[in-house]
Design a protein around this ligand. Structure first.
Ligand code: KG4
Ligand code: ZN
Length: 341
């Protein structure tokens, strides 16, 4: 079964074709980062217009790369939410129209379910059940994943998401958008120990987190400095990364113990962060637990995770769109997914 996956929830147009027997056949991505960078964040209307511009050429390109054609596509999966309403509508409209014209099933996928299942695209995928740490621009959550579609929220950030904290801190440090990769890059030049930022809610006794205070601590530090030179920026970036990695890895250990589980899966854009990966690997080794990631390129938004989630959900017999009428869900809690038949 070949599934065409369409991701348009934010600032990346991602298209992929996943074969349920052969795996990922091809994927294409168009990032809008350059367009939004001058505004320091995503401008929703520009995002929608750019998805319209790129979605059909990218679908054609991906079909060619996969050496297949629309006649061989068996189902279409697109991101139904959460995300920017206008951006989601582009993917949903194209997905449902194609499915109607081809007379094939279509399925609207939860963006975070896509991230959550994306480590299954790795060469050595994890086995169920696992604890997932979802760390993206809009979410930071621990989930207990018993199987596809069975997700239990264990704890989450009470304010800013970790990715949001990266982006806001980068802005404070006058670094480029998106902040995550910019902070990671300059932090490599940082000297450890010069700054130390608070670890919010580290000992709260639950799996909730808070990252807005961390950003404020960076702001206070920056305002005390006479001059934000490159070395100081690097030292702050490093201390910031250390604080985030420390909180996420300590909470991950609590989550694993609570679920009596030895497998942690990292998904979402912040999962691309090397320091976070290294810290998690080192600490989890000590408790004999293993950590799994999607391939780095599939940490941030992409069509492959949507195609994969579509394939797995359709296999489970999840009800799909019959009449191809569609709607999107800009806000959509992960525990409100449709159940298998
Ligand atoms: O999952 P994602 O692509 O989009 C959402 O669904 O939100 O995540 C985007 C977030 C941004 O906040 C970006 O700054 C962050 O992931 N990010 C990183 C890195 N690459 C992307 N954060 C830390 N280190 C990175 N290398
Ligand atoms: Zn995402």
């Amino acid at each position: 079964m070949q599934i065409l996956g369409i991701e348009t929830s934010c600032d990346e147009t991602g298209i992929a074709i996943y074969d349920s027997d052969k795996g990922l056949l091809a994927e294409s991505l168009h990032s809008q980062i350059e367009q939004h960078a001058i505004y320091g964040g995503v401008v929703p209307e520009l995002a929608s217009r750019d998805h319209i511009r790129y979605i059909l050429p990218l679908i054609r390109q991906t079909l060619t790369k996969a050496n297949t054609s629309l006649d061989h596509i068996d189902a279409i999966a697109y991101t139904k939410g959460p995300g920017l309403a206008g951006a989601l509508l582009v993917g949903a409209a194209v997905g449902e129209t194609l499915a109607m014209c081809l007379n094939i099933p279509s399925i609207g996928i939860h963006h975070l379910e896509g991230h959550l299942l994306s480590p299954l695209l790795a060469d050595e995928p994890p086995c169920f059940p696992f604890v997932a740490l979802l760390v993206s621009g809009g979410h930071t959550q621990f989930m207990y994943v018993k199987t596809v579609g069975n997700y239990q929220l264990l704890g989450e950030t009470l304010d800013d998401a970790a990715g949001e904290a990266f982006d806001k801190t980068a802005k404070l440090l006058q670094l480029d958008y998106p902040g995550g990769p910019a902070i990671a890059e300059i932090a490599r030049e940082g000297h450890p120990g010069r700054f130390c930022f608070p670890r919010p809610m580290l000992h709260s006794g639950d799996l909730n987190m808070s990252f807005s205070g961390l950003k404020t601590a960076v702001m206070t530090q920056v305002s005390r400095l006479d001059n934000l030179d490159r070395q100081t920026t690097a030292d702050i970036a490093l201390a910031f990364e250390e604080a985030v990695s420390d909180v996420l890895s300590q909470k991950a250990i609590v989550a694993l113990k609570q679920c009596e589980c030895k497998t942690l899966v990292i998904a979402g854009g912040v999962g691309a962060n090397t320091r976070l990966r290294q810290t998690l690997e080192k600490r989890l080794k000590k408790i004999n637990a293993a950590v799994f990631y999607p391939p780095v390129a599939l940490c941030t938004d992409n069509g492959a995770m949507i195609a994969l989630a579509g394939a797995l959900r359709l296999k489970q017999g999840i009800p799909h769109q019959q009449d191809h009428a569609f709607s999107v869900l800009p806000r959509w809690p992960l525990d409100q997914l449709p159940a298998a038949k």
